[in-house]
Design a protein around this ligand. Sequence first.
Ligand code: PMT
Length: 405
Amino acid sequence: MNWHDNKRVLVGVSGGIAAYKSPALVRRLLQRGCEVRVMMSRAAAEFITPLTLQAVSGHPVHQHLLDAEAESGMGHIELARWAEHIVIAPATADFIARLAQGRADDLLTAVTLASDAEVAVAPAMNRLMWQNPATQRNLESLKQRGIRIIGPGSGEQACGESGDGRMSEPEDIATALAGEGHPRLLDGLSALITAGPTWEALDPVRGITNHSSGKMGYAMARAARDFGAQVTLVSGPVNRNTPREVRRIDVVSAQQMLDAVAEHAPDADLFIAVAAVADYRPAAAAEHKMKKKSERMKVELIRNPDILASVAAMKRAPFTVGFAAETENAVANARQKLKAKGADVMAANQVADDDNVFGNDENSVTLIDKDGEAVLAKTDKYRLAVQIIEHIAPLLAQRRQATAG
Ligand code: PMT
């Protein structure tokens, strides 16, 4: 099955001369097997008619934020929910600025803001607008939020000048959407990833857990997929969308996480333990909701199994990567965990009062292995995950060569 098959892609057209290329993009996406819908801004309709895009896509084009007819059918929220991918092509400097500000005062910005689809923009503008620090700052802010920037290309522009700012060619945008921008460093390999917290029940309504949101683990799953791996994600209780093409197994407790991991680890080439697993669980969960009786209550806790250590100890263990969130001496403590758990790499992240990695959109890590350390600067969790894969892929390849030889 190819990446584009049945992908629900929403193409947004903002008002620039490059809008004349948008029908070609719609056609390329359809030819590759995507389902495509189109929305366009008022200004875009000055450059290209909605009818052209309707004819090419085979569906009415969405044009208005408040549209009584559309609200009864596919209004902006339905459109936002429908899309797995949103690509704004062309994305003008003005659209990029408004998206960066989080505005929602027209259809394109409102849908993009209201969607959890993966978003990409293909900028198209005059070279000086592109170079302007204001535009560059806005683009940086989009990148921080995990929005992909496709292009722009360089060359002769509609305004007669020449330089950066031409919208990428429709074929290239269609290709880039599939994440083919990353080298297929994990092609043919299978990655098993844990994410989120675990929940250790005290009684049917209470439990011990932590603040892990799953953002880092889900970002690792997306990145591993984008580098070509088949990904199985064992997820603790979090409210997140499953990344496309990722097999997700939901678990609640550490024991359930261990069971799921034990079942799939023998087939994995790479195991990445991002989950914040509770080290202890109540010795016995009460069958019924516990009642208040005295001022103090003692709960006996027992150690949970160590999932990462158990995978690393397997006879034919996959390449193992752990994460360590530390409030002090992050690198030294993580190095100690690397040894104690027998992992190949440990990613140390610092937990600070004013900058807590739990729940944050961004993170920075120091990657530690037996030979040294590499510091990866703070960035959004997907980009960090990409850098982690780029760092570990050669180590994994070396290990596979050594064990094959
Ligand atoms: O989910 P987010 O909000 O994005 O936050 C991300 C994160 C902070 C949860 C993540 O970046 C992170 O650091 N995860 C590990 C948290 C941690 O401190 O784990 P630990 O030090 O208790 O364990 C070290 C390693 O052993 C981890 O890889 C953990 O998954 C693993 N472990 C721990 C205990 C256990 N019983 N089994 C395990 O496999």
